[in-house]
Design a protein around this ligand. Structure first.
Ligand SMILES: Nc1ncnc2c1ncn2[C@@H]1O[C@H](COP(=O)(O)OP(=O)(O)OP(=O)(O)O)[C@@H](O)[C@H]1O
Length: 251
């Protein structure tokens, strides 16, 4: 079964001056895929990610995650679904400054009242994967942007969510830290078959994905799959972006 099935999703903002942020968007994502979403500024990428993550509701059409429509869940069930099945990574890290790196990373397990011994075991393992094991006692203001984003990724996957959603995860990082973060997304995707959707403007970051969906004016414009080397895929991405035009920054 598909991990994500988006069927004829449209999203309209406003009443009198209606704005069609998404128009009849359909696609599926299989378990274990790493999918990038690209397109010019204002094309609807974040709106799409927000409708998949249940933060926003489509105006029409529906979205199934593992065959389930989360919007049909009631109050607490929806909150629980989000907490257990989804992981989020944002451009500005969204770490809690009052907590240490380790406390930030285990937050989903703390909220789920997982026993401390189990929390420690999982923290140890994910911290090693993300190379933050030497930072666990530090405060968020004592670490670099790249380290903060690696901590945010640890927090997003420590509870083994069905779906990892990332919105411009390299947007606030220099190119070296961005590459490290993308190598780690790729590693988690490959080693843990972590299904991942990432919105990005950055063709280098996108070249780590297995497939890119391009959005233009709220509709799917094109889709490409990685076949050969990452360098070849990067070139394919650049080619589509140049056809797409608009404000596709980073090219
Ligand atoms: N809450 C909202 N109310 C009204 N219009 C909105 C709202 N959110 C987004 N829009 C509009 O919908 C369109 C799509 O926005 P969205 O944020 O999804 O684009 P994006 O592709 O993620 O852009 P960017 O790359 O600049 O972040 C834009 O024209 C935006 O102005």
């Amino acid at each position: 079964m598909e991990m994500v099935k988006v069927s004829n999703v449209s999203k309209t903002y406003g009443k009198e001056a209606m704005h069609h942020a998404l128009h009849q968007v359909s696609f599926s994502i299989e378990p274990g895929e790493f999918v990038g979403v690209m397109g010019p500024s204002g094309s609807g990428k974040t709106t799409l990610l927000n409708t998949i993550s249940t933060v926003d509701q489509p105006t029409s059409g529906d979205i199934l995650i593992k065959g389930l429509n989360p919007l049909q869940l009631k109050g607490d069930e929806l909150a629980l679904f989000r907490r257990r099945e989804l992981g989020f990574v944002f451009q500005d890290f969204n770490l809690l400054d009052t907590l240490t790196v380790g406390e930030n990373a285990v937050l989903p397990l703390t909220l789920d009242r997982i026993p401390v011994a189990e929390q420690d075991k999982r923290l140890h393992s994910i911290a090693k994967t993300l190379r933050i094991d030497h930072l666990l006692g530090k405060r968020t203001y004592e670490i670099s942007g790249g380290e903060a984003q690696r901590t945010a990724i640890a927090r997003a996957v420590i509870h083994q969510p069905s779906l990892l959603l990332a919105d411009e995860p390299t947007g606030n990082l220099d190119s070296k830290a961005a590459r490290t973060v993308m190598e780690l997304f790729e590693k988690i995707n490959k080693e843990h078959q972590q299904t991942t959707i990432m919105v990005t403007h950055d063709p280098v970051a996108a070249s780590y994905c297995g497939r890119i969906i391009f959005i233009k004016d709220g509709s799917i414009y094109n889709e490409i799959h990685s076949g050969g080397s990452r360098q070849q895929f990067y070139q394919q991405i650049i080619d589509v972006l140049s056809l797409l035009g608009g404000a596709a920054h980073g090219v």
